[in-house]
Design a protein around this ligand. Structure first.
Ligand code: ATP
Ligand code: MG
Length: 445
């Protein structure tokens, strides 16, 4: 079966070139795992006994560049396909839970496979066939993520592996093998030693994966390590008849209900982060969270900044959280007003978040879903007509308003008023006409 794996011929060519030149060489890691699962590989990694300078010499006529110079990886671009070629290596001791103290080259593929994190990631494809020293193939069949070797030791060496394990389980919809899961829980706190950028990359992949909800519910510690502000939400009883679940469980269920884009999923996970600090009990013992949407904004912002999420994603997520209680109306006017304020895409995401939020309460929704669907149809209709203007698309701008003699806050007031009138069809988005209106504005002030 392994002979018929659907390799990209260009990746195979790189390995065969090395093989023909007398080096040991193999495709390794994620691409072997994905090929055995008949999934398209994310990227191609090759490992070889050839030293970096020998790889350079062999591929002298092929476009290539040095990556990860510290470890001597050379990316060979074969017919447009980048293949990362790394010399077999063995790692020394780890003393800081994140990086080996030294890395040494070795001539044995087996040593290189032994340093890899999980059995399903520790297989190799040599031109002669599959190399599977740690039972990766059997674990693929059992749909299990299992450490290579002693799990406590492997997580102790590099704590990022805890999050990688969760990410892989969510991405492939696999379970974590029992001993691996137990050790992973013990070592999650050591993620604090790992660079936040690496944590961020794995965490975003985790939350955008198909199995994210199940993994986040089984391992709340993973989410709390990435976003410590979520800590108080875990197990927080809402004491409210509209809410069947604790705040964290409800948040994860909301995440499962939105599309897998980082901003939406982060917003879903953090939308109620303001609840624990705004909790009050009324006279009949019912819990309330007045103003939690606003209270959540600084907490979410800090959490996302701390995770080093890129700015555009952070701002979008925070906007969605801030507005997640926006009252929705089924009218063209409502759709137009909010599309102009937030932009069409953000407004559609907000409606999606609100729908998932309602569905994740575990109680009847009182017709909210149907209302959200109608509001969405209004936004889509405006968009289809090209009527969802934003200030940026208006045919006049701030400079025109200044030239017309307006100043200070009057500039924004005038432009927004024109935008509303254009959106409602009273005026065309025509520069000459709008300039005349700006002049009237001036006279009217
Ligand atoms: P994908 O490319 O689909 O994200 P991958 O398994 O290829 O998954 P990469 O981050 O590209 O993930 O890593 C390539 C390979 O390097 C892995 O399959 C694994 O064998 C090894 N690896 C990566 N990170 C670690 C680590 N922290 N500890 C041990 N081995 C690792
Ligand atoms: Mg990879």
């Amino acid at each position: 079966m392994a002979r018929t794996l659907p390799w990209d011929p260009r990746a195979l060519w790189v390995v065969e070139q090395l093989d023909r030149a007398g080096y040991d060489a193999a495709l390794v890691g994620g691409c072997v795992r994905d090929a055995l699962l008949s999934l398209p590989p994310h990227d191609y990694d090759a490992a070889t006994s050839a030293l970096p300078e020998q790889v350079e010499a062999l591929f002298a006529d092929t476009p290539r560049f040095a990556t990860g110079s510290r470890y001597g990886t050379i990316t060979v671009v074969a017919g447009g396909l980048p293949v990362e070629v790394t010399t077999f290596r063995r790692e020394g001791d780890y003393s800081d839970h994140r990086r080996p103290d030294r890395v040494e080259f070795t001539s044995r593929l087996e040593d290189d496979l032994a340093r890899r994190d999980f059995t399903i990631n520790a297989m190799a494809w040599r031109p002669g066939g599959l190399v599977d020293r740690f039972g990766g193939r059997a674990d693929l069949e059992r749909r299990l993520v299992r450490c290579v070797g002693d799990p406590d030791r492997r997580f102790e060496e590099d704590a990022l592996r805890t999050l990688r394990g969760l990410r892989l389980a969510a991405q492939l919809d696999f379970a974590l093998e029992e001993d691996t899961a137990a050790a992973l829980r013990r070592h999650l706190p050591q993620l604090s030693h790992v660079a936040r950028e690496r944590v961020c990359a794995e965490f975003l992949r985790l939350i955008c994966s198909p199995g994210a909800g199940r993994v986040l519910l089984d391992f709340p510690g993973g989410a709390v390590q990435a976003l410590p502000e979520l800590g108080p939400a875990v197990g927080f009883d809402q004491r409210n008849p509209h809410h069947l679940y604790d705040v964290y469980t409800h948040s994860v269920k909301t995440l499962e209900g939105v599309s897998p884009s980082p901003a939406l999923r982060l917003a879903a996970l953090l939308h109620d982060v303001g609840k624990p600090s705004t909790f009050t009990l009324d006279g009949s013992g019912v819990g309330h969270f007045y103003g939690h949407d606003r209270a959540g904004v600084p907490l979410a912002d800090r959490a996302l900044e701390g995770l080093r999420v890129d700015r555009a994603t952070r701002e979008r997520a925070v906007l969605l959280i801030a507005r997640h209680h926006l009252p929705v109306e089924d009218s063209r006017k409502w759709a137009g007003r909010w599309a102009r304020r937030l932009g069409t895409r953000a407004l559609l995401e907000l409606l999606e978040l609100k729908g998932a939020d309602g569905a994740a309460c575990g109680t009847p929704d009182g017709g909210q879903r149907a209302l959200l669907d109608r509001a969405r149809a209004q936004v889509l209709a405006l968009e289809a007509e090209g009527a969802c203007l934003t200030l940026r698309e208006l045919a006049v701008d701030g400079r025109d308003a200044l030239a017309a003699g307006l100043s200070g806050p009057a500039v924004g007031v005038a432009l927004n008023a024109l935008l509303d009138r254009v959106a409602q069809g009273e005026l065309n988005n025509d520069r000459e006409a709008l300039l005349r209106e700006l002049d009237h504005f001036q006279e009217g002030m």
